[in-house]
Design a protein around this ligand. Structure first.
Ligand code: NZQ
Ligand code: ZN
Length: 397
């Protein structure tokens, strides 16, 4: 196990009706002027936005709102939010939504206190040291941004979808997690969230670091729980237990717990970000296509941990050679994704002829000539993986 520092200071307030506590919590964390952020309107239709506003009014906190943040959030909303924060002297941002809204809030939070362009943080030109406070009301378990210090934004002009990762500066001060708020999620969004949280665990699990038994078992246990709970939430969207377990899994998957002491990989995420940047598909759907392709490629290059995963997570019989075991595990993962209504190749994702050269160029321009850690991918390796993601399920095994 490697040395590590793990700092996760977010206060998680979990359970039914917890959104009613947002005012008191905002007060507790020193808010005077709040900017509430939301997406395309689901929180307006559900009445959640009204309830959040009422909770702030009850404790006398001044607020204003900015809606219209789209999935795969873009830079123009960040600039708009920075202007509002500066003009109105906002001291806390409260995104009410999923990863796209939360990530926009985090970008605004770090950009408001910076003299230059907020994008500098995403391209590594500046280091994020301070930010306005961000507090979350979560409506979809998926990106894990409610517990992470990360944000992902797309710059429209260059179609670059880049992440800013901070150990602590952008971790929310509190996150309200009411599983009932996820009852209204369309089945496809629920499934995309499941693929994303599974991917967050697997990015950490597929490591070459040895003697990480606790992290391995946390990953395997959480993956198993997700695999058991996700179908229940799709059959009955108002199954509180399933929704609650998925919501907490999404947080556990990405606040760092599952990867402590490990060298993490993240190549699949970077491969996917090129897809959603260019084709504007849901991040989770891009991952359900790319992660099995990445694993299939790995069978020929670093098979041991893939075989371990197949045995421990998918109950594949250990009485065979590692390659066969690993391929069977990947096949079961794909079947699971398909059972949730997710795509497992580009065609199913709605992209008949993906521009692989463009994605490979974008990936290595943004992330360097070698990408990931489990095996460091060259341009030619990345191209192979995108090509594997084109194959029909049967031959893609
Ligand atoms: O915009 P509205 O109308 O609210 O609808 C949203 C949106 O269309 C809808 N939705 C959310 N909650 C709902 C709901 N509809 C009905 N009922 C509810 N309760 O779901 C759609 C997707 O929302 P979005 O916020 O985009 O989902 P998600 O949480 O999956 O976020 C995806 C973004 O997060 C980034 C992704 O790349 C993508 O841009 N990521 C952020 C990470 C981080 N900050 O740590 C890590 C991830 O790996 C990921 O890259
Ligand atoms: Zn993700």
């Amino acid at each position: 196990m490697n040395n590590f520092v793990f700092y996760s200071p977010t206060e998680f307030v979990f359970g039914k009706n917890t959104e009613s506590e947002v005012g008191a919590l905002a007060r507790k964390y020193g808010a005077n002027k709040v900017l509430i952020l939301y997406g395309g309107g689901s929180v307006v239709r559900s009445g959640l936005l009204d309830r959040v506003q009422k909770a702030l009014e009850e404790v006398g906190i001044d607020y204003c709102c900015m809606g219209g943040i789209q999935p795969n959030p873009i830079d123009s909303k960040v600039y708009e939010g920075i202007d509002i924060c500066r003009e109105r002297q906002i001291d806390m941002l409260i995104p009410v939504g999923g990863g796209s809204v939360i990530d926009t809030a985090k970008a605004i939070a770090v950009g408001t206190l910076y003299d230059g362009d907020f994008w500098d943080f995403y391209i590594g030109k500046a280091i994020a040291k301070t930010a306005l406070k961000v507090a979350v009301v979560l409506t979809i378990p998926a990106a894990g941004s409610e517990g992470s210090g990360n944000t992902v934004i797309t710059k429209v002009e260059t179609l670059q979808k880049l992440s800013l990762r901070t150990p602590s500066v952008l971790r929310p001060v509190f996150s309200i997690m009411n599983p009932e708020l996820t009852y209204t999620l369309p089945a496809y969004q629920t499934a995309c969230g499941v693929a994303d949280m599974m991917a967050h665990i697997m990015e950490r699990y597929f490591t070459n670091t040895q003697e990480v038994e606790v992290s391995d078992r946390l990953c395997e246990g959480t993956l198993t729980a997700i695999i058991n709970e996700a179908p229940k939430a799709l059959v009955n969207p108002m199954d509180y237990g399933a929704r609650a377990n998925l919501m907490w899994s999404g947080m556990i998957a990405h606040n760092g717990t599952c990867g402590v002491g490990c060298e993490e990989d993240w190549a699949s995420h970077f491969l996917e970000h090129e897809i959603s940047a260019i084709y504007d598909v849901a991040h989770g759907a891009g991952l359900s296509v790319i992660f099995p392709a990445w694993m299939t490629w790995m069978v020929g290059h670093n098979v041991d941990k893939i075989a371990q995963y197949a045995i421990r997570v998918w109950n594949v019989s250990p009485h065979s050679d590692k390659k066969t075991i690993a391929l069977e595990g990947i096949s079961r993962l794909k079947s699971f994704f398909v059972s949730l209504g997710l795509p497992v190749n580009f065609k199913q994702l709605g992209i008949d002829t993906p521009d692989i050269d463009r994605m490979v160029n974008g990936l290595h321009h943004n992330k360097g000539e070698l990408v990931g850690n489990f095996v460091k991918l060259t341009r030619s390796d990345s191209k192979d993986i995108y090509q594997l993601a084109c194959l029909p399920f049967e031959t893609g095994k």
